[in-house]
Every structure is written in structure tokens, then in C-alpha cells.
Design a protein around this ligand. Structure first.
Ligand code: FES
Length: 108
């Protein structure tokens, strides 16, 4: 975990457990999924259909670069989604999360 040291008087929210790609990880209430994933050490949250890694870019819901699968819902913006205890977070791999293969992806 790579979390910033907080200044005196500032506290994190309660620790909770989320699953990141099936692995239990600690996060804190009050964090976004994006913050929790960055603290977990992985800047890339998804891979495009063309195989390019993407990560947190704007951090405010505009660029849609931070898409992940949350509790089975694909294309969820990590930077706009608050952590919940027990949340299931999966990185998107571009094709499989959308139910596509190279054979039926007409935009590839
Ligand atoms: S980082 Fe830009 S929408 Fe999430």
C-alpha cells in the first residue's frame, strides 16, 4: 500500500476490505476506487481494445480513462465511485469485460 502520510489532525475513514481482481485488499471509507487502486500500487486500471494501458488521468469524472468493473458493472469510473466494504473491483481488459472477442468486435 502506498498512501500519503496524513497531516496532524486528519484521519482516514474506517478500514474496509475490498476484492481487487479476486484478491482481498484494504481500503478506507471516504476514498474513491481510483485512490484505493493507486494506493494498491497499480496505476493502470484497464487495457484498451488495442492493448494500450490506461489509468487515472483527470480524477474528476471527465476523461473516462479510469473505467473498471465494480460489482459486475463494467465501465464504472473509478474516480467517481466511493469505496464500500466488500466491493468487488476488477480491472477491465478491453474485450472480455464487454463480452467481446476480436472476432465480434467490429470497432477493433
Ligand atoms: S480519471 Fe478521468 S474520468 Fe476518472
Amino acid at each position: 500500500m502506498r498512501r500519503a502520510t496524513l497531516p496532524a489532525g486528519v484521519r482516514r475513514g474506517p478500514a474496509v476490505t475490498v476484492n481487487v481482481d479476486g484478491t482481498p485488499r484494504q481500503a478506507h471509507l471516504g476514498e474513491t476506487v481510483a485512490a484505493a487502486l493507486m494506493a494498491d500500487g497499480g496505476p493502470a486500471v484497464r487495457v484498451t481494445r488495442g492493448g494500450e494501458p490506461r489509468g487515472i488521468y483527470c480524477g474528476m469524472g471527465v476523461c473516462f480513462e479510469c473505467l473498471v468493473v465494480v460489482d459486475g458493472v463494467p465501465n464504472t469510473r473509478a474516480c467517481m465511485t466511493w469505496i464500500r466494504d466488500g466491493m468487488d473491483i476488477r480491472h477491465m481488459d478491453g474485450l472480455a469485460a464487454a463480452g467481446l472477442t476480436k472476432e465480434n468486435d467490429h470497432d477493433a
